[in-house]
Design a protein around this ligand. Structure first.
Ligand SMILES: Nc1ncnc2c1ncn2[C@@H]1O[C@H](COP(=O)(O)OP(=O)(O)OP(=O)(O)O)[C@@H](O)[C@H]1O
Length: 487
């Protein structure tokens, strides 16, 4: 089956060499995607369009797959599905068009539209009139309506070839992936960073993914699956990296040493420092985030400007002036909303009374209370995988944990809330021992506990405790459960 692709209009107005480079890249991207999907594909480029052929024979499932893929590859404005044939006269064209449109015409008004290229002895309007007349003769009960036809019979004539257009589809537009260089997207699993990642891909960036892990396996699995989904859908023409960086130590020091009013902005500044170092390491020209002005306390103009100062890389914020509802709608459209809805909302890091316009000097003073080598250590602990490995990798990470509503005698409750939260509403239990071990210390300090006992992890929402319990199990500790008291 054959498709004629129209280029994204911004590509069409480029100079000849730029346009040629973009067309070449788009052709290669289409071939790469087809290879990833194990589809046979050939691409022929012309000055203003690409011709793409999938498979040799007509096949409905192959056709659907081809339409699906072409509607997701950046750089394609729209595409036509065509039946192509050699023609000698108008009878040849009519016979082909009749096979395609005949059944659809029943009881409907119609018009024939012809686009023509090359040298012919007739104009497009004359061709429309002649072929239209043949249809009218063959389907005398159907009315011709040139202004608002129910069915439009679209035909293109190019030298001695003719195409009957059997379908029209919208592409996602944008620039071919890879045309704008490499970036590193900070992805958290929420609505915003999924959409900002997609926007960067659509604009032609080759997007690598960076996740700061602050609380365990469940979050990491969710973010990896979302990243794989975005890559597989819109950018599988290029191999990219998914990078995980353990952030528990940084979160721990923020919570233990800095003023609660600036914890959110310090956390983001640390992300930018570590992100910039990783970007430099992999040769990415910019960081991409899902931040948007005013959305949360760390996204006031003042705080965004403090965040910018901590980065040595360019920061791209594709959503900076978008409304939240529009972002959620776009996430629904591209398919990432489901991930965001199910992502564990993890408790504990952001402060209760954030300062929306702190002095930079105050933020810097507070940061100076943390160890100076935190960034270096975080970068050194980064784990890189090829994004293609995610499906296998997440299978390995899945670990299930028993959740109980009633504590049993002898079980030790491990309170993994942040010190502030634990102090504000301390647990009061008569029959069970309680150990305070905030979530950012659990992985490191758990082995120092008596391993003959059973530990039941607790936090306010039961999400962080589950993430930590999974991580402990994955580390080989089997004496862990989660306590979610009935409310
Ligand atoms: N754990 C994380 N790992 C990687 N990047 C992160 C992480 N948390 C936040 N970010 C980055 O910082 C941006 C702002 O995050 P924040 O949590 O303040 O706001 P948000 O609007 O809820 O973001 P999102 O909806 O993407 O989670 C995110 O869009 C993302 O780019």
């Amino acid at each position: 089956m054959k498709f004629i692709l129209r280029l994204f209009p911004e590509i069409s107005i480029k100079s000849r060499p730029v346009r040629n480079r973009l067309i070449k890249l788009l052709s290669q991207n289409i071939l790469n995607v087809a290879k990833h999907r194990a589809m046979e594909c050939h691409v022929y480029s012309q000055w203003d369009k690409l011709i793409v052929r999938f498979g040799e024979k007509e096949d409905t499932s192959m056709r659907e797959a081809a339409v699906r893929e072409l509607s997701r590859i950046p750089g394609i404005h729209s595409f036509l599905e065509v039946d192509e044939f050699d023609f000698k006269n108008f009878d040849d064209i009519f016979e082909h068009a009749k096979v395609i449109y005949g059944a659809k015409l029943l009881g409907k008004t119609f018009a024939v539209r012809v686009k023509r290229r090359g040298n012919h002895e007739f104009t497009s309007q004359q061709a429309e009139r002649i072929i239209g007349g043949m249809f009218k003769q063959h389907f005398p009960n159907n009315g011709v309506d040139l202004t608002h036809p129910e069915i439009t019979i679209n035909i293109e004539i190019d030298s001695e070839k003719a195409f009957v257009i059997t379908g029209k589809h919208a592409g996602i537009g944008g620039y071919p992936v890879g045309s704008q260089g490499d970036v590193l997207s900070l992805i958290s699993g929420g609505f915003d960073s999924g959409v900002s990642t997609y926007r960067a891909i659509r604009r032609g960036c080759r997007v690598n993914y960076l996740f700061f892990n602050m609380g365990g396996t469940a979050h990491e699995i969710g973010v990896k699956q979302e990243s794989y989904f975005i890559w597989d859908r819109f950018a599988s023409s290029h191999r990219v990296k998914f990078i995980t960086i353990p952030f528990e130590d940084i979160v721990g020091q923020i919570l233990e040493r800095t003023h609660h009013g600036v914890r959110g902005v310090i956390l983001k500044r640390m992300m930018m420092r570590v992100g910039s170092a990783v970007a430099e390491k992999i040769g990415a020209a910019a960081l991409v985030t899902g931040e948007s002005v005013g959305q949360v306390s760390s996204q006031t103009l003042i705080n965004l400007s403090h965040i910018d100062r901590a980065a040595s890389s360019l920061i791209l914020r594709p959503l900076v002036m978008e409304d939240k509802q529009d972002i959620i709608d776009e996430a629904t459209l591209i398919g990432t909303a489901g991930f965001a809805e199910n992502m564990p909302e993890y408790c504990g890091v952001i402060s209760d009374h954030p300062n929306v316009c702190p002095n930079l000097s105050f933020v810097e003073e507070e940061e100076a209370k943390m160890d100076a080598d935190l960034v270096e250590k975080a970068v050194a602990a980064s784990r890189f995988i090829d994004i293609k490995e995610i499906p296998e990798d997440t299978k390995r990470l899945k670990t299930d944990v028993e959740i109980e509503a009633q504590l049993k005698r002898g079980e030790v409750v491990l309170d993994v809330r942040s010190p502030d939260d634990a102090a504000k509403s301390p647990l009061k239990l008569e029959d069970n021992e309680i150990v305070l071990m905030p979530f950012y210390k659990t992985a490191k300090d758990f082995s120092s506990l008596d391993q003959l006992k059973t530990y039941v992890l607790y936090c306010d929402q039961g999400v962080m405790s589950l993430m930590q319990a999974r991580q402990l199990k994955e580390m080989g500790f089997h004496n862990v459960k989660v306590w979610r008291p009935e409310t």
